[in-house]
Design a protein around this ligand. Structure first.
Ligand code: NAD
Length: 247
């Protein structure tokens, strides 16, 4: 579905991002994954090459809050592949601090990665997408961007902002043939959840009409659809992929 496309996926070393990178490679895209550390980027690229040594995948670990550095990395990618068709802004962190104890620096840390980095990567990519005649920008939102959550207000606030960027940029960039959409995952089984005891997971599952926690691949499939030409008339959407869970 992505033959000949070049994609950049932030937060691509594990979890939802890694599954998305893998899905894009399986669909014949060339993929550049970003992570936060050299070691995790190297490990992810090696793991993908072990699955299929023919995969065209490389990795970088730029500081997503340094626009000038990022622009250089995006230019390097363009020099290597000639274009960037798809950007997935997926890197993100969460926290569940109570407002009574929430430290300003912790709130800012969430906004810096979940919002400011999305702005920076989008800004770096959309110029070249416009020059090349179009592109696709996809963001990872969350189900908490619709209902909020009862603790850790910084995280839902950041994902409400992601939805705002998605809807606004879809309107601003549509005339340049750049589609902008987001996927809002529900509860997804990533590394974070491996150590959560079953008695804590059971009540979560009870609140999900489809009766299971989501898999990273469920989100990767949604990204694949939105990245592909199958979604050529879809822009400005926040696609819930959550089994109808409502937190
Ligand atoms: P994860 O912790 O497994 O992976 C996070 C990724 O982000 C990693 O690749 C990591 O390298 C990267 N990252 C973290 N801090 C970074 C930094 N400072 N600079 C650059 N990269 C950094 O997370 P995940 O669960 O796969 O989440 C991915 C996205 O999905 C996030 O935006 C998250 O908010 C969203 N999400 C996750 C769930 C869930 O249940 N897992 C639900 C809704 C939304």
């Amino acid at each position: 579905m992505l033959e000949g496309k070049v994609a950049v996926v932030t937060g691509g070393t594990r979890g939802i991002g890694f599954a998305t990178v893998k899905k894009f490679l399986e669909n014949n895209a060339k993929v550049v994954l970003f992570g936060s550390k050299e070691e995790s980027v190297k490990k992810a690229v090696e793991e993908l090459k072990r699955i299929d040594e023919g995969y065209d995948v490389i990795g970088f670990y730029p500081n997503l809050n340094d626009f000038n550095g990022l622009e250089k990395v995006f230019n390097d990618i363009k020099e290597r592949y000639g274009k960037i068709d798809i950007l997935v802004n997926n890197a993100g962190i969460s926290a569940r601090d109570s407002i009574y104890d929430y430290k300003t620096e912790d709130f800012n840390k969430i906004i810096n990665l979940n919002v400011n980095a999305v702005f920076n990567c989008t800004k770096a990519a959309c110029k070249m997408m416009k020059e090349q005649g179009g592109g696709v920008i996809l963001n990872t939102s969350s189900m908490v961007s619709i209902y909020g959550q009862a603790a850790g207000c910084g995280y839902p606030a950041s994902k409400f902002a992601v939805n705002g960027l998605t809807k606004s940029l879809a309107r601003e960039l549509g005339p340049d043939n750049i589609r902008v959409n987001a996927v809002a995952p529900g509860v997804i089984y990533t590394d974070m959840m491996k150590d959560v005891p079953e008695e804590l997971i059971k009540p979560v599952i009870a609140g999900i009409p489809l009766g299971r926690i989501g898999k990273p691949e469920d989100i990767a499939n949604a990204f694949l659809f939105l990245a592909s030409d199958m979604a050529s008339y879809v822009t400005g959407e926040i696609l819930s992929v959550d089994g109808a869970a409502r937190s």
